[in-house]
Design a protein around this ligand. Structure first.
Ligand code: SAH
Length: 258
């Protein structure tokens, strides 16, 4: 029975992976936003060590690499994403400075105080914002920075449909002041926070998925798992357009001061 479960689970996993391998990004964001967040990070040199955690296929990592000095390690749980990541780094001739490795964010392969910068766009939710900030801190040097984007509420109250959706999808979603307080409690000084503009969700995330969804449904015609998965993605996009005044992604940039 457990084998049966495993094979179904792995099938889902592969499907999701295949779907997201075909699009520009695996989460909301844009090159402009990556550069804006980077503008709050100081003290990087050619010797700097940077980690991009939950890097996916590396859209944002390559932007980072072209504008920041130092060595960058991208880490993601999905080997398919890492293969594409390393392919992308090679195409841009960045392979000497940018390497993708398979690994999990709850068991990172870094030494204590090895890193000058921890980057993570749309991925820390996988272990939770507070847990990620707390557990990753030891890998940063004093004076090192962390820059993560995270789903956040813009208002104290919101319609129940979107409230319930997020409480089910990611109960740790919270208001910006509460997230900043969590960052401070985890031992960082908050350097900057800013809301990602709408085009990070539309132009760079949901719009490229429209074509990918049609192709995917055609390929997996009659496959219930695939159909349900795409229906879920479409529902999520629809909720965004309906309720975007109430939530979005926020970049949080912090510094380890001691
Ligand atoms: N940073 C990318 C991808 C965001 S999607 C972008 O902005 O486009 C979230 C990523 O987290 C996915 O690539 C997923 O494979 C990865 N992920 C999920 N759980 C993980 C874990 N435990 N460790 C490392 N990566 C993980």
């Amino acid at each position: 029975m457990s084998n049966e479960y495993k094979s179904i689970h792995e099938f889902d996993f592969n499907l999701i992976c295949e779907y997201f391998s075909g699009v520009e990004r695996q989460g909301p964001g844009s090159p402009e936003v990556t550069l804006k967040a980077l503008s709050f990070v100081d003290n990087l040199t050619n010797e700097s060590r940077i980690a991009d955690i939950g890097c996916g296929t590396g859209g944002q990592t390559m932007v980072l690499a072209r504008h920041a000095p130092g060595q960058i390690t991208g880490i993601d749980l999905f080997p398919t994403f890492i293969d594409l990541f390393n392919l992308n780094a090679g195409k841009l001739n960045l392979q000497d400075r940018v390497k993708g490795i398979v690994g999990s964010m709850d068991n990172l392969p870094f030494q204590n105080e090895e890193l000058d910068l921890i980057w993570s766009e749309g991925a820390i939710y996988n272990i939770g914002f507070e847990r990620g900030l707390n557990e990753w801190r030891k890998f940063l040097k004093t004076g090192g920075c962390i820059a993560v984007s995270e789903a956040s509420w813009f208002t104290e109250e919101r319609p129940s449909e979107i409230d319930e959706f997020w409480k089910d999808a990611y109960p740790e979603i919270d208001t910006i002041p509460n997230k900043v307080a969590q960052m401070q409690k985890a031992g960082y000084i908050s350097v900057a926070t800013f809301i990602l503009p709408e085009n990070c969700w539309t132009e760079h995330f949901y719009t490229p998925q429209i074509m990918a969804q049609e192709a995917f449904l055609k390929k997996y015609e009659g496959n219930k798992t695939a159909e349900e998965f795409i229906a879920g993605e479409r529902h999520e996009a629809l909720l965004y357009y309906r309720y975007k005044e109430y939530y979005g992604y926020v970049f949080y940039i912090g510094k380890k001061i001691k």
